[in-house]
Design a protein. Structure first.
Length: 318
């Protein structure tokens, strides 16, 4: 728990700074609007957390979000009766892409970085080929309610986020969460102790694909149809996760802290916008966070390696 305190402290400082720059933020409506904007990234970061803590990467989620929104607009085309069947189709499609990424990574032993980079390019190319760079169709009002509607004063996206966070916490406290951590920390030892490493990692990719589908549903409702709606989201999700203290390489990190990292990143971007700082600086900030996080992780790994070496030597001597 102590390892997670810094990210909560940073988020608190940023929220105070936003409130000073924009007093409306202190109003319930203003704060809920912030959570509504952060919800898609937080959900995407939750899915990315499962993959990273298992020791892998998923670079395909940004292009998957774009593909999902484009598919939804084309299939619904303003027909409210098609809303729920298409929502179900989007979830199945997201899970299917995650399953393919997981199986190629685990069964064919292709590095997940290469697999998901390939998926990113395939999906991006397919979307461009299908749309010609200009998406056709339209989302129904019922579909758009997920992203911009509300239940009383509370936006639907906030309620969906709460449900996702509760599900993530429950998963990580279950046997699945413990085996996922073990598979990411030391897959060889986990396999010898009975953990089905390949299955656990594949499920992590499926969960990432599902989170991308939910993110697409919210973004489609909030921002509308665009061939670039998911551009760069994969890097934002990874940045949010490492900002939350999750170690690249797997085995260590809190799901709640990873989601908090998404809120922190969104708060930072909000603050930059309030002060009129160029949006291009967002990429610089993400890059700095990633480099610092990897550097901090690199400092810790030699200690683990040294410890493991010492244990091995002691065992051999004995």
């Amino acid at each position: 728990m102590r390892r997670n305190l810094p990210i909560f402290g940073v988020l608190a400082v940023l929220l105070v700074a936003i409130a000073i720059a924009n007093p409306f933020f202190l109003e319930p409506e203003g704060f809920l609007a912030f959570v509504k904007r952060a919800a898609p990234l937080a959900i995407l970061a939750a899915g990315q957390y499962f993959v990273i803590v298992s020791g892998e990467f998923d670079l395909s989620v940004g292009s998957l979000v774009t593909a999902e929104v484009v598919i939804a607009a084309r299939l619904i085309d303003g027909d409210s009766g098609a809303t729920w069947p298409v929502v179900l189709l989007l979830l199945v499609f997201g899970a299917l892409i995650g399953l393919v990424n997981g199986l190629v990574t685990t069964l064919l032993r292709v590095p997940s970085f290469i697999v998901t980079l390939g998926s990113l390019l395939i999906l991006s190319g397919a979307v461009f080929l299908w749309t010609g760079g200009s998406p056709r169709g339209a989302l129904s009002e019922e579909f758009r309610q997920f992203g911009r509607g509300s239940l009383g004063p509370v936006p639907w996206s906030v309620l969906i986020l709460v449900a996702v966070v509760a599900a993530v916490i429950a998963l990580m406290r279950s046997d699945f969460g413990r085996t996922l951590m073990a598979a990411g920390d030391n897959p060889t030892a986990a396999g010898l102790s009975g953990v089905r490493v390949l299955r656990v990692k594949t499920v992590a990719f499926i969960l990432s694909g599902l989170s991308a589908a939910v993110c697409a549903i919210l973004l489609g409702g909030f921002a509308g149809v665009s061939a670039k709606v998911g551009e760069g989201l994969e890097f934002q999700a990874i940045t949010a996760v490492v900002l939350g203290g999750v170690v690249l390489g797997g085995g260590r990190g809190s799901a709640v802290a990873a989601i908090t990292g998404a809120f922190t990143l969104q708060a930072l971007f909000t603050l930059l916008n309030l002060y009129g700082i160029s949006g291009a600086l967002e990429y610089t900030v993400q890059g700095l966070i990633l480099v610092i996080a990897v550097a901090l992780g690199a400092v810790q790994f030699p200690k683990r390696a040294k410890s493991a070496s010492t244990t091995s030597t002691a065992t051999t001597t004995a």
